[in-house]
Write a protein that binds this ligand. Structure first.
Ligand SMILES: Cc1ncc(COP(=O)(O)O)c(C=O)c1O
Length: 401
């Protein structure tokens, strides 16, 4: 069986966009379906927290706690990273004139959440302008240092950036922040299943991430780690029964996040199957998966950069399983005048050549970008075909080039 046959992705499409929403393997969907059937056979038994739900959630918590090397009691579940980021931001004791430092490579939705939280408190966000292309992770630190002020209370930083697919030096950023008594919220949306995470060594104040991207769990499934001293301050986005707990056997942090009203917990409960499946793909387990995806991504980036005649936009060490390439979209588009060039190129690549991948103009970045994702089911031949198509489009538009 080929690796890609474990997924039910449309074989007519070269799917190079695992990064946006992930893709769930058949075996994981099957597990989720079985869980749903169990749930519907006796909804009370399954969903009443103190009957089956809490023990089941605690098993899932153990899976994540092993994956990220953190204590089980410090891991709450959320629907996704956006949910985790919002919970931290809306609970944070901001005061008037406080600043939240975000970056120009940050995920728009989360930067919006930071803006909203700051504005409500009478503060503001400041944006560290990180270049792209960039030379090394020192450029990230330098850009952040320039924007730290005596009013900075929180830094929101991506572990792996969404538009540029770069692994940021989170440990160094945390040291920088700690020295200035600033808290750090790491948005690790892409990290689980893409790279090793050790929260004990990293020691962030808050770290949230998705299981449904690179770990290939069902959507919507994620976690929020909060360092023990701050757990009393962090509340979920939905306040429910856990706000006035009568229990002494479980922290309010866990009780509140475990129950935010009736919901479908099966995406969370299938995370163990997802992690085991991804671990089983190669003899070397997750380490081999990370390495193989990383090598394919670097090779894919090289093929595209060669075809576009540009230099690699970042050092190889900042790459995991995502690679973003700056692109002059107008060189490649048969412009129809109705869409922005980036959207237009994406449409052409999808509709005419059956590639699924993002091509976008990011508001905060000086260049349009094209991003590839390389998951276990991707093959380098897919990127080779993409490079050929881009060269062909460029030739058509610029016949004398
Ligand atoms: C850095 C980052 N944060 C947050 C998200 C949002 O993920 P979700 O929609 O699952 O909350 C993404 C999605 O791509 C992301 O890349």
């Amino acid at each position: 069986m080929l690796i890609r046959d474990h997924w039910q992705l449309n074989p007519d499409i070269d799917f190079l966009n695992h990064g946006s929403f992930g893709a769930c393997p058949r075996i994981v969907l099957q597990k989720q379906y079985e869980l749903l059937q169990q749930l519907e056979r006796d909804p009370i038994q399954f969903l009443a927290p103190e009957r089956e739900l809490e023990p089941k959630l605690d098993e899932a918590r153990q899976t994540i706690s092993n994956l990220v090397n953190a204590s089980k009691s410090d891991i709450a579940f959320v629907r996704n990273s956006t949910d985790g980021v919002n919970a931290v931001l809306s609970s944070f004791p901001f005061e008037e004139h406080d600043e939240i430092l975000v970056t120009s490579h940050g995920y728009n939705a989360c930067n919006n959440a930071a803006h909203h939280a700051a504005q409500k408190a009478g503060g503001k966000i400041t944006i560290a302008d990180i270049p792209f292309p960039l030379n090394s992770s020192a450029d990230v630190i330098g850009a952040l240092e320039k924007k730290v002020t005596s009013r900075t209370r929180l830094i929101l930083i991506d572990h792996v950036t969404s538009p540029t697919g770069l692994i940021f030096p989170v440990e160094e950023i945390i040291s920088l922040a700690r020295a200035k008594d600033i808290r750090v919220l790491v948005d690790g949306a892409h990290a689980p299943g893409m790279l090793p995470i050790d929260l004990t060594t990293m020691a962030p104040d808050y770290y949230t991430a998705n299981h449904h991207k690179w770990l290939c769990a069902p959507k919507a499934s994620g976690f929020l780690f909060v360092t023990p001293e701050l757990q009393h301050q962090v509340r979920p986005n939905v306040i429910s029964h856990g706000a006035n707990p009568t229990r002494s056997d479980r922290s309010r942090f866990l009780t509140e996040f475990d129950w935010t009203g009736t919901h479908d917990p099966t995406p969370l409960l299938a995370v163990q199957t997802a992690a085991q499946f991804m671990e089983s793909l190669y003899a070397g387990g997750l380490t081999e998966l990370y390495d193989k995806n990383h090598e394919k991504t670097l090779r894919g980036r090289e093929i595209l950069c060669d075809a576009l005649e540009i230099a690699a936009p970042s050092h190889n060490s900042m790459i995991g399983s995502l690679a973003t390439i700056p692109i002059q979209t107008e060189q490649f588009c048969r412009l129809d005048g109705t869409a922005a060039p980036a959207e237009n190129l994406q449409k052409i690549l999808f509709q005419e050549y059956h590639f699924e991948l993002p091509v976008f103009q990011c508001r905060e970045l000086p260049t349009a970008c094209l991003r590839i994702s390389m998951q276990a089911y991707n093959e380098i031949s897919q990127v080779e075909r993409l490079a050929e198509v881009l060269s062909q489009l460029k030739q058509e538009r610029n016949p004398r080039v």
